[in-house]
Ligand binder design. Sequence first.
Ligand code: SAH
Ligand code: F3S
Length: 461
Amino acid sequence: MTQKLYIETFGCQMNEYDTAKMRDVLAGSHGFVVTDNPEEADLLLLNTCSIREKAQEKVFSQLGRWRPLKLRRPDVVIGVGGCVASQEGEALQRRVPYVDLVFGPQTLHRLPRLLDEVRATRKPAIDVSFPAIEKFDALPEPRAEGPKAYVSVMEGCSKYCTFCVVPYTRGSELSRPLDDVVSEIAALADQGVREVNLLGQNVNAYRGTTADGGIADFALLLHYVAAVEGIDRIRFTTSHPIEFGEPLIEAFAQIPKLVDHLHLPVQSGSDRILGLMKRGHTRSEYIEKIAKLKAVRPNLSLSSDFIIGFPGETDRDFQDTMDLIETLGFDASFSFIYSPRPGTPAAEMADTVPLETKRARLARLQHRIQQRAAAISSRMVGSRQTVLVEGHSKKNASELCGRTENNRVVNFEGHPRWVGRLMDVWITEALPNSLRGRAAEHSLRAAVSLSFPESLTAPVA
Ligand code: SAH
Ligand code: F3S
């Protein structure tokens, strides 16, 4: 009988990516089929996140909800992967004894073997090691799901910002060879992928080996990706300000397929806090990099990550962050209150800021960024935007839905055959969470003549 797999995913895009790989690897090895009902699953996996305390707590409450399942059907296998698994290892299995499998972000390709081991021995299996780049060689060929795809180009982080667990849970920076990345993208393009998002904790730390024994940096990788036929849009998540150098700025000047959007985490606008965080750059260095980039990309939309209430953050420090927002005009943010993570240097720093103050600061920051985002959306009304049509609109299935380069959802009337294409759309209205639009005429003609045989579109004489 076909075995069923249920996976719950917490955390970042990297985890979403890893979850897709878990599905692929288990479909290949054991013929697992995904179910969205945990009650009928033979294997339950939890892909976890430990970036903040809340994310970590969710793991244990989710496992608690699965406990009755395990009591009822002891043959069900429960596995925990991701960053909490990586950090806790055996301790996790001791704390939650009905967990059968513990694996890390770098050992998910070993799932089939670990599962067989659990079933054969009826004992838990734990593997949270960091075996070099073996993972990618062991994974099946990617399958496209729609016109957008994520492709991991590097893993891990060697920056050790004082607040962050990632270097401990995902290991040091490790790049995939250039040819592997490019041929994976070519295979996805053959399956209809038009937009690729290059993934990594610090993509601009990319140093991939080339076929002739050289090393390619991230800017060179971008040139190779841009040359892949069928790929029309390139994004990347996430880059780090300290490796955002001239070659990458040049790439933005030279590669039109790179979108007019950049997510570049800054965390704080205060030099004092940036120093305590060990981010490796100052406020003005960040501003200078953005200025250089805007010189070659005047319409660039910029988003960032912020941490509010880092230990000892004063009103003055926070004001520096708010001022930076005014100076640079961020369009979106991932912003959270600082969460002390065990084992990180910042967790040892005296944290005297009351929670109420942190909450008020966060609300102020988020409100300001939202205001700015709304203003940018309003300014887009009347403009013509290139949209990647991703599918049907959520609220109205007879409409299409796509995204602009600066990541806004646009709903507009159109033909189902346009799904998967890049189209020009006039923006007609800005709503709080999306835009409305109308397909531009020349784009309409192109789409129609592409969709139908010549005889159908030729005017009837
Ligand atoms: N290199 C990745 C960082 C991954 S962590 C990147 O640049 O995207 C993602 C974000 O989580 C960080 O940018 C930071 O803003 C936030 N974060 C990390 N550790 C945190 C902590 N201890 N408390 C609050 N937010 C944190
Ligand atoms: Fe974390 Fe800093 Fe790396 S935020 S992922 S240690 S760059």
